[in-house]
Each structure stands twice: as structure tokens, then as C-alpha cells.
Design a protein around this ligand. Sequence first.
Ligand code: UGA
Length: 435
Amino acid sequence: MYKIAVIGTGYVGITSAIGLASFGSNVRGLDIDVAKVARLNQGELPIYEPGMKESFDVNVNAGRLSFCSDIDAGIKWADIVFIGVGTPQGEDGRADLSAIFSVAEQLSHNINGYKIIITKSTVPVGTNEKIRDIIAKNNVLNCEFDVVSNPEFLREGKALYDFLHPDRVVIGVDNPRPLEAIRKIYRPLFLNEVPFVMTDLRTAEVIKYAANCFLATKIAFINEMARLCDTVGANVQTVAQAMGKDGRIGSKYLHPGPGYGGSCFPKDTHAIAVLAKDYNVDLAIVEATIASNELQKQYAARKIIDQFNGDLHGIKLAILGLAFKAETDDMRDSSAIIIINEVLKYGAEVVVYDPQAMENAKSLWGDSIQFAIDEYDAVKGTDGVVIITEWNQFRNMDIERIINSMRGEKFFDLRNIYKHNEVENYGALYIGMGI
Ligand code: UGA
């Protein structure tokens, strides 16, 4: 059985650690954040993710999963080291690779026998080669190693499921030596005939960005159609359904909304656009997607402001949903941030509710907005309600109760959860996205 160290216990790191332990390996999660490791050792997960805690407990109790903040010792202990540290957006739109390179330095001092270094983090083209070079340059104990690119395609909210049931696994290598070990640690996936794409390091790096940019483009495209439908009086929902029936297009990622957010699409579209510029390549579609998504966030805010004739003084709005999507407490690049800041700028009083993201929201806005205990509490005495995130509990609300406890009658459904008549039957005005 392989001993695997996973460096980084953020979204990708913790999911990979639990997933690899579920596949039977002996896994140690490593993180420099001592407090986080202490919480993990007490059974506390750093993120909210449905179903993850159960699997975490099973693997910890079986002795296959542990956590430690001594990264040097963890590297020495392991046969295989996964890199799962963050690559956030840097100031100029580039991926900030400082954590990646500092891990590479640390690896170079601690490789004490043949090891396989596998990069799970999303990294720009050429990064795995740089990791290899940093390790090779210092390689203090002069041991052999291989670097592998194995980008992760999990979605927040379905992280562990996606890790355990991937559509495909991408493996980039510069020689075949590490492949046997990779087949072993992913054996359950091979048995289930999950497609493995074996390629070189650079192609693997591009695949990850290409997939995210394509999905982001699909969303930006349907959001543009929603803006058009709003103006010409057509229904984007029906447009998306009909488009999706074409097998070449497919129905997924054609749901209009307030613009995509999260820790991946915004960051990755920017990172590849900047990288392409460095190589003098013009990624016109990716650039347009970035711009179109910004436009959509502004458009969503504008929809609300225009309904009150451009002045929100004396207007109270209930915002339902803050996370960038349902089933996560993550608010990174959430459209809710832009929309709330815009309506505050125009003078609105804002009360918010989100099933998971309230703590994050408190640290963002403090006293400048109000925090409700649930959706019914939030809407009391408001002039308008705005659904931003499609949480299940907002999908089947008692609309009559909502409308009756409001002061006004404007119902903004930025995720198109409801139909016009489901809201308008109670005397409210329904405002969706392109419907
Ligand atoms: C995304 C990708 O889907 C994953 O495959 C990838 O591994 C991950 O980024 C990553 O790079 O780590 P994630 O950011 O968790 O996953 O979220 P998605 O479920 O893809 O949603 C992203 C955003 O698009 C959300 O704001 C969501 O509300 C929005 N969206 C999605 C739409 O507005 N419409 C849609 O039809 C689909």
C-alpha cells in the first residue's frame, strides 16, 4: 500500500486526501496552518461540503487518514506527494504560484528516496516543469523523483462525489515510470473503466484551463441570451431547453443566473488570458467571456435599481443566498457581493439570509447590512426580495407567506427558480432573468 502525503488541506487538498484514503491508500494531510491541522485532528473539517464528514470519519477511524503540520517529516514519510495548495488570483490576473513554489523548495530538501510528485492544483502551462526544475536544482539528498500533472475537476458542493466518480482522469507525465503507481492508487477508477487521458505535462495543464474556460463561456453565452430575451420579450428558459436538445450543444451549464462566481472560473479565465498574452496569443473568446460575466453581474444589480427608478433610499431589500452557488459557504467572487454593494451604493437598506454563508458575510459587511435567521425572517417589511443563490430551501418557499409579510411587491428571481404566475398570483411583480 502506498503512503501518500497531500500538501494543502483546502478544497482540493482535503477532498483528495479523503478520496485517496477511500481508494485504500494510507494518506497524511499536511498543512503549515497549525490551528487548522489541530481542528482536523479533532475531527473538524475546514469547509462545508455535503457528505464529506462521514467519509472523513470512516477513513480516520480505519487508520488510513491523518493530519500533520510537520511538512518535512510528511514528505520524508511518503512514497507519493500530492500538491494541493491554493493558486489564487494574483494582482495582475496571473495565478499566484508562491505556495506552489515554496512547496517545491520544501520537497527539494526532503526527498529521501524515489518519490512521485503529483500536482493537483490548477497551475499555468509550464508550472510542472518549473516544479521539477526547483526540486532538481536543490535535490539535497540527490534522490530520483518524477513530477506528474493530475488536475482536479471537482465542483464545490459535490467535491467528494466528483473525486470518487470523475468523468475522466487526466495524467500528464514526462516519462512512463510513475504510471504503475498511479494505476495502483486509482485502481478503483480503473476497475470502473473511468477514462484516463495519458498525456504530457503541458497538455494536462492546458486541459484543465480549457475545460473551465469552456464551461464559463457556455454560462456567459446563455446569460447574454437572457439579456437579449429580456429586451425582445422572449423566454431564455425555452431557448436553453431547445438548444440543449441538440446533442452537439447539450443541456448542462445553460442556466442563466447573476453571473458565474467561485474560486475557479473567474480566476482561471483571467489566468489563461494573461498567460496567452505572455505568449502573444489572442484568446478573444476567453477575454469576451470575462467581460460578459462582469456585465452580467452589473446587469443583475441594474435590474433591481431600475425597478425603483434609480433611487433606493428608503427601500429595504431582502437578499436570499450569498454563496456563489448552492451547497457551499464559499462567497469568493460571488455575484452577491457586487449586487449588494451596488444596491447599498444606491441607498438601499439590506437584510440577508444564506443557509451556510452568514459567517463569511458578517466578516465582509459587518454592521452595514442586517442578518436574518431564515428566508421568512429576511423578507419581513421589505420592498423587494432578491434570490441570488439557488439553495433548495429557496426553491419551494411558501410564496403567499413571503409576499404577505413584505411591504412592497417586487420579487427578483435571479436564478429563474419560479414561474411568473407562481408569484404574480399573490399580487407581486415577478422579475426573472430573461423570462
Ligand atoms: C468549477 C468546475 O465546474 C469544476 O469542474 C472545476 O474542477 C472547478 O471549477 C475548479 O476548477 O476547481 P465550481 O467552481 O465548484 O467548479 O462550480 P460550478 O458548479 O461549476 O459553478 C461555477 C459558477 O457558475 C457558479 O457561480 C454557478 O452558479 C454558475 N453557473 C453554473 C451558472 O450560472 N449557470 C450554470 O448553468 C452553471
